[in-house]
Design a protein around this ligand. Structure first.
Ligand SMILES: [Zn+2]
Length: 173
């Protein structure tokens, strides 16, 4: 997607949040979103119109994350595997890990939500439909998990559910 195309698609969306970008900011949004599918971008904006809770416009990474969800959903719907996404060499960071008895090794680590990693439709629950409630581990009487908000809409969970139903049906017949 070219910069003018991106400006045309994003401007009405950003106006929802009363945001106007300067040239440098547009450049940043374009760097992040140049490779997304325009349909995925539309779906991402529709999501964010409903869910983005801040007065400021969503940041490029937030929009990109939603685009990836829709990209994956699109491939799940067609039954084809999404083409592999390769990490660029400038993405991620070097981290040192110390293993007892082995020593320290340095690994190049990508962020959890990088599209080259196994994709989850929902990063909050990693498609398990259960998300951890933060700061509950010190209160043993309280539940530490709750149903994730994606429970109804997550395509991976829906697929799992229909697979389970199919299995039960086959067992019953
Ligand atoms: Zn979830």
């Amino acid at each position: 997607m070219t910069l003018p195309e991106l400006v045309a698609s994003l401007t009405p969306f950003l106006a929802t949040f009363g945001a106007k970008l300067n040239d440098d900011q547009w450049e940043q949004y374009h760097l992040a979103l140049a490779d997304v599918n325009p349909g995925d971008l539309d779906d991402a904006m529709a999501d964010l119109r409903r869910t983005h809770a801040f007065r400021n416009a969503p940041l490029p990474a937030e929009i990109l994350d939603r685009c990836h969800v829709h990209r994956k959903r699109r491939y799940v719907n067609t039954g084809h595997a999404a083409p592999e996404v390769k990490a660029r060499h400038d993405e991620g960071e070097w981290k040192s890990f110390t293993l007892k008895g082995i020593g320290t090794l340095r690994l190049h680590v990508l962020p959890d939500d990088h599209p080259a990693l196994p994709r989850y439709a929902c990063l909050r629950c990693k498609d398990t439909s259960w998300e951890e409630i933060p700061n509950m581990s010190d209160k043993p009487s309280q539940p530490t998990c709750r149903r994730c908000a994606c429970w109804q809409s997550n395509p991976e969970i829906a697929r799992q559910r229909s697979k389970d139903a199919e299995y039960r049906q086959r067992k019953a017949s």
